[in-house]
Design a protein around this ligand. Structure first.
Ligand code: NAD
Ligand code: DAU
Length: 331
């Protein structure tokens, strides 16, 4: 199989490429990545010999057309992915997430290629803390932020291209990922690297907000299950029953790093901050037989802390600029 992975130098995309090279030697991987602030060649260094990396933009129709023509399957991870950035400057989100997805859809339509679209549970909005409900594929779209609204728009483009043009596509909406190679702007790596640097972790608002954590390896095994066995035109929700509130995550990081669990600060809340996400992954489990490999969030988090301790050379170049950006926001 000739596989085109967009955004393969980012967090989830690079882990997907690593897993693919490790477990599927029959797959020939090409990565298309613009190497924005969130993309890093170094994330692909361990597989550099096995993978072709093309530096380019998913909104560049010419580059996309050429690469899609040469592929059998396209898995589209590339995106602007950080909510806080989307509140400061939404335009790159509209361009990459909406126009970029449109550009890929037109190419897979023209060349009749199989397409898998990576999306987020945030398209469904948020849940109350005491609501017994979880998101299902039938939950109405109700995105809150510029980021999640552009992801919702891109999902709807995919649905329309399936129905109107017969494009062979599937969509997955996953909950919050954690693991190696995640940019230090994101919650878990930010707090781990803060503790390494002797800075107290920063909790937005009260810290009651709940995220449904899944290890990035589990996200990626689910993506492969959908690429191989998913029904065309269907949406699959990916999650591993990992609901934890932010305060508990920070306390766990501090404990696992040998600090007092209350050694953190509350900072300004994020405007429009979603309260809770929770995924019902029954369809993925029952229809495709997927199960997560990572049983315990605590163990996965401990391994992630070890990864950041051992790979300071990877994250150190991101750290100062990220904290300077947060300092301006009072977060
Ligand atoms: P990331 O920000 O770490 O990586 C994004 C990658 O896309 C980077 O390598 C970047 O250089 C590249 N990119 C950005 N704009 C581009 C463009 N115009 N052309 C080509 N490449 C471009 O993001 P991530 O956390 O790995 O997320 C990957 C995908 O998974 C996104 O679609 C995101 O919406 C989705 N997702 C993320 C999570 C999560 O918890 N991180 C959960 C569910 C879904
Ligand atoms: O749900 C899937 C989504 O998860 C993905 O679509 C996004 O790409 C990904 O970034 C993530 O979005 P969140 O906004 O949930 O992730 P983030 O890491 O930014 O924040 C997680 C929670 O932690 C959120 O409630 C905000 C809070 N937070 C974040 C940071 C950076 C803090 O309390 N302190 C912080 O310093």
């Amino acid at each position: 199989m000739r596989l085109l992975v967009t955004g393969g130098a980012g967090f989830i995309g690079s882990n997907f490429v690593h897993q693919t090279v490790r477990e599927r030697p029959d797959v020939d991987v090409t990565v298309l990545d613009a190497l924005t602030y969130a993309g890093d060649r170094a994330s692909l260094a361990p597989v550099a010999e096995e993978v072709t990396l093309v530096e380019g933009d998913v909104a560049d129709a010419e580059t996309v057309d050429r690469l899609v023509a040469d592929a059998d399957v396209v898995v589209h991870f590339a995106a602007e992915s950080h909510n806080d950035n989307s509140l400061s400057n939404p335009w790159p989100f509209v361009r990459t997430n909406v126009v970029g997805t449109y550009t890929l859809l037109e190419a897979v339509r023209r060349h009749e290629k199989r397409y898998h679209h990576i999306s987020t549970d945030e398209v469904y909005g948020d849940l109350e803390l005491d609501d017994p409900a979880k998101f299902t594929p039938e939950t109405p779209y109700n995105p809150s932020s510029p980021y999640s609204s552009t992801k919702a728009a891109s999902d709807l483009l995919v649905r329309a291209w399936v129905r109107s043009f017969g494009v062979q596509a599937t969509i997955s909406n996953c909950s919050n990922n954690y693991g190696p190679y995640q940019h230090v702007e994101k919650f878990i790596p930010r707090q781990i690297t803060n503790v390494v640097d002797g800075i107290r972790p920063k909790l937005y608002g009260t810290g009651e907000n709940v995220r449904d954590w899944i290890h990035v390896e589990d996200h990626n095994t689910a993506v492969w299950a959908i690429v191989e066995r998913g029904r065309i035109g269907e949406t699959y929700l990916i999650g591993a029953d990992g609901e934890v509130d932010n305060k508990t995550v920070v306390e766990l990081i501090l404990e696992l790093m040998g600090q007092s669990p209350d050694a953190y600060d509350h900072v300004n809340d994020r405007p429009g901050h979603d309260m809770r996400y929770a995924i019902d992954a029954t369809k993925l489990r029952d229809e495709l037989g997927w199960t997560p490999r990572y049983g315990s969030f605590r163990d996965g988090l401990a391994a992630t802390i070890e990864w950041y301790r051992a790979n300071e050379a990877w994250w150190r170049p991101q750290k100062d600029a990220t904290e300077a950006k947060y300092a301006q926001l009072g977060r």
